[in-house]
Design a protein around this ligand. Structure first.
Ligand code: ATP
Ligand code: MG
Length: 309
């Protein structure tokens, strides 16, 4: 049995039971320097810590983004508050933040945990990369249209990430991850950047556009999101944001009313590039994994590691 690093009192509970991290597994790729840990429910979680280098509201964005996506029926990992104690943090210095100025110790407290999709090792380990020739093998490829519309509403400022899990029938199921740059990004600074929130593998979107389905996603969002937002807001840890959350909710509510026009504007600016690019990709870069889609700050020009985590 593992040692439990859990305080006996003074815990602020969020939406559901808060877990404690028992075992450090490894540090993960990415700007927030998240860590894979095993918690006291024996499951594995990707933990994004407070005060991580990405900015003030990243944990709130993760929490709100996952809650809203889940409420509208899009596949996302379960989220939990994960307590990291002083003993745990001191026992595993590899989880500390690293910067050119040196290592920085995270503080104890309730951090954000995303339930690891699949298994951290072995055949059930998920993939983050999907080759252009394999996109038709994604069983729930349609969900990328819904997620695109959700990301337009949420003014997502980063490329859309997903992990793909192999099913027994040979297909892959996509789960959306990394919501830290939704809601105008870590500082809640809304700005129009059409097309920024596409997944790096644009072939996923080939032939997905369908006016009826778009209209149906939008009206579904307009019904479900208001209550999902207020529930998620009430349940969220207050130390996960520094911005004015009521202003954010007001802005998001207003964007929900304008969602048909927001989607139209985004689509007019960028969706045609999907088709062009898709044809080009099929002709020129099969299976390379390298996509340069010219997002304005270059976030979308990464070469993603084909292996996950
Ligand atoms: N729920 C999950 N299940 C499986 N793997 C996950 C999950 N969440 C994150 N990961 C893995 O951990 C990595 C880091 O997560 P994430 O992308 O959220 O971190 P980040 O620091 O925000 O990265 P970025 O620099 O892309 O913004 C991902 O690339 C993915 O491989
Ligand atoms: Mg990421």
């Amino acid at each position: 049995m593992g040692i439990e690093f859990f305080p006996s009192k003074n815990l602020v509970h969020c939406s559901s039971a808060i877990l404690s991290a028992n075992k450090f597994i490894r540090k993960l790729n990415g700007g927030s320097q998240s860590n894979l840990v095993q918690a006291n429910d024996s499951k594995y979680y990707v933990v994004k810590m407070m005060e991580n280098p990405q900015g003030s509201n990243v944990l709130a964005n993760e929490s709100l983004g996952a809650a809203v996506a889940r409420a509208v029926g899009l596949p996302v990992a379960d989220s939990k508050g994960i307590y990291l104690s002083d003993t745990f943090i001191d026992s595993f210095p590899a989880l500390w933040f690293e910067s050119p100025a040196g290592r920085r110790r995270p503080n104890k407290g309730v951090h954000f945990g995303s339930l690891f999709i699949g298994q951290p090792s072995g055949p059930q380990r998920p993939n983050e990369y999907i080759s252009p020739s394999r996109v038709d093998n994604i069983a729930n490829r349609q969900d990328f249209l819904g997620m695109y519309i959700l990301d337009v509403w949420a003014n997502h400022q980063d490329t859309r990430q997903a992990v793909f899990c192999r099913s027994s029938d040979g297909t892959q199921k996509a789960f959306f991850i990394d919501h830290g740059h939704m809601f105008g990004g870590p500082e809640w600074m809304f700005q129009d950047r059409p097309g920024v929130a596409f997944h790096l593998e644009k072939n996923i979107y080939a032939d997905l556009w369908n006016e009826d389905q778009v209209a149906s996603w939008i009206s579904h969002f307009q019904v479900v999101i208001p209550s999902a937002l207020s529930y998620a807001n009430v349940a969220m840890q207050s130390q996960w944001y520094k911005g004015k959350v009521d202003e954010l909710i007001g802005r998001l509510t207003e964007r929900l009313c304008r969602l048909p026009e927001l989607v139209r504007a985004d689509v007019d600016d960028c969706w045609h590039l999907i088709k062009t690019r898709t044809i080009n990709e099929r002709l020129r870069l099969p299976d390379s994994g390298i996509l340069d889609f010219g997002t304005s700050d270059g976030r979308g020009t990464n070469l993603r590691d084909p292996s996950v985590a």
